[in-house]
Design a protein around this ligand. Structure first.
Ligand SMILES: C[S@@+](CC[C@H](N)C(=O)[O-])C[C@H]1O[C@@H](n2cnc3c(N)ncnc32)[C@H](O)[C@@H]1O
Length: 407
């Protein structure tokens, strides 16, 4: 639980240039974060490989000897793996590293929360970049957000402990940096997914210059803000149900001189007029939702796009595009990382859902685009020409599904 007393003066402007400057882990806290980062990466590389080896060399051959066929799907592999020591070790370490990566941000946030809140208030009053923040204190937070600590984030996405709270925004953002091993907290291109999709859209849809862009489940706008770089003059809008994440995103955007408009809305039913946007995007969003919500949100995408506009959502690839092992591996999060809708989402017929939402089947697409922060960009024209594939999702590429709206 975060405790904060509003007895301290706000930080003196000029001493800090970003709210992130107020996240000041001690030497020991930083060391702990570094350890957690290494531990998590160890689980996701060495321990993952050991688990795969155990499956390939023992469990799979045993299964085939008994049944005369391969395990049918990821769920069957999971049943086989349940008693495997490598799977158990992997799961224990990954689960605890995930929990600790957020826990390790709590003390630095608790210490500076009053100053962070004050700084965010000052920036929200002054709005140096001319963006906006529209909060709806009466918005009902959907149960699929409010009823669990998604990703094992203590307090989940939305919890507020103090007036004008920003804590969850900071915890989620810095927890992510711990997980990526970005221990200097500086000079890392967070927002690589947004930048990669924006760049791909700019190449595939050159008519969409100076677009109105909407990012769903934007959180702190990390993957929205790169649109300003790729599409100079774009108007940027982000919606999320989490007020603390939006406050944190707003102050960051303003301090970076990027004019973005954040609003606290449920993407299932937004208050923008029909045909407001040229581009609607999201990242790491749909797998958080029950399928009924996905249906409503895709219908909103169709309503809000202008004719000729495009939606592009970065997500995990669906089950039918992956082999059984990969499905087993990726669906781990559903049970162990508080992601209960993951499997349902990955088993959907995405094209069918888009058609239900109003898009024409021939306008639906899936593809994997290169991560522009790691891809050798001189090869991008060859990728666009279909001569080479993007790297696999999560290994230098990002899977997206989307559709254009008939002009
Ligand atoms: C996993 S985070 C993705 C954050 C961000 N898009 C990124 O790329 O890092 C999912 C976000 O979706 C938000 N969210 C979940 N359901 C929502 C809904 N129905 N409407 C708006 N936002 C929602 C959550 O509050 C959370 O911030």
């Amino acid at each position: 639980m975060i405790q904060a007393e509003f007895t301290r003066a706000s930080p003196v402007r000029g001493q800090i240039s970003s709210i992130d400057d107020l996240f000041r882990p001690t030497h020991d806290e930083r060391t702990r974060q570094h350890f957690i980062s290494v531990l998590r990466n160890y689980a996701k590389s060495t321990m993952r490989d050991a688990m795969a080896q155990s499956y390939e060399e023992k469990l799979r051959p045993d299964y085939m000897a008994r049944h005369g066929s391969e395990p049918a799907d990821g769920a069957e592999i999971e049943r086989l793996m349940e008693d495997d020591i490598y799977y158990k070790m992997y799961s224990v370490v990954r689960y605890n590293a995930q929990r600790m990566m957020y826990q390790s941000t709590l003390a630095p946030v608790e210490r500076e929360l009053p100053a962070m809140v004050e700084f965010a208030r000052e920036i929200a009053r002054e709005r140096p970049a001319g963006g906006s923040l529209r909060l709806s204190p009466t918005l009902e937070i959907p149960r699929y957000v409010s009823r669990l600590d998604v990703h094992l984030i203590p307090g989940g996405f939305h919890t507020e402990y103090v007036p004008d709270d920003v804590a969850q925004g900071v915890i989620i953002d810095f927890g992510g940096r711990v997980s990526r091993g970005a221990n200097t907290y500086r000079n890392k291109d967070s927002g690589g997914v947004g930048r990669s999709i924006a760049y791909w859209l700019s190449q595939k849809f050159p008519a969409l210059a100076q677009p109105d862009v909407l990012d769903l489940g934007t959180q702190s706008g990390k993957n929205l803000l790169p649109y300003a770089d790729v599409f100079p003059g774009a108007s940027m809008h982000g919606v999320d149900v989490s007020a603390p994440a939006l406050r944190y995103g707003h102050v960051k955007a303003e301090c970076q001189g990027r004019r973005a408009h954040f609003s606290q809305q449920n993407a299932e039913s937004m208050d923008f007029p029909d045909g407001s946007f040229d581009i609607i995007v999201s990242s790491f969003f749909f797998h958080e939702l029950p399928v009924a919500a996905t249906r409503r949100i895709l219908a909103e995408c169709h309503r809000l796009l202008r004719p000729g506009g495009v939606m592009a959502h970065m997500e995990l690839p669906p089950q039918d595009q992956c082999d059984a092992w990969l499905n087993f591996y990726w669906d781990w999060d559903a049970k162990h990382n508080n992601e209960p809708f993951y499997i349902d989402f990955r088993s959907q017929d995405l094209a069918g859902l888009a058609v239900e939402a109003g898009f024409a089947r021939e306008d639906f697409f899936t593809t994997t685009v290169p991560d522009v922060t790691t891809f050798e960009m001189s090869r991008y024209p060859a990728f666009l020409a279909g001569e080479i594939d993007a790297p696999l999702h999560g290994r230098g590429g990002w899977f997206i599904f989307g559709a254009t709206k008939h002009a």
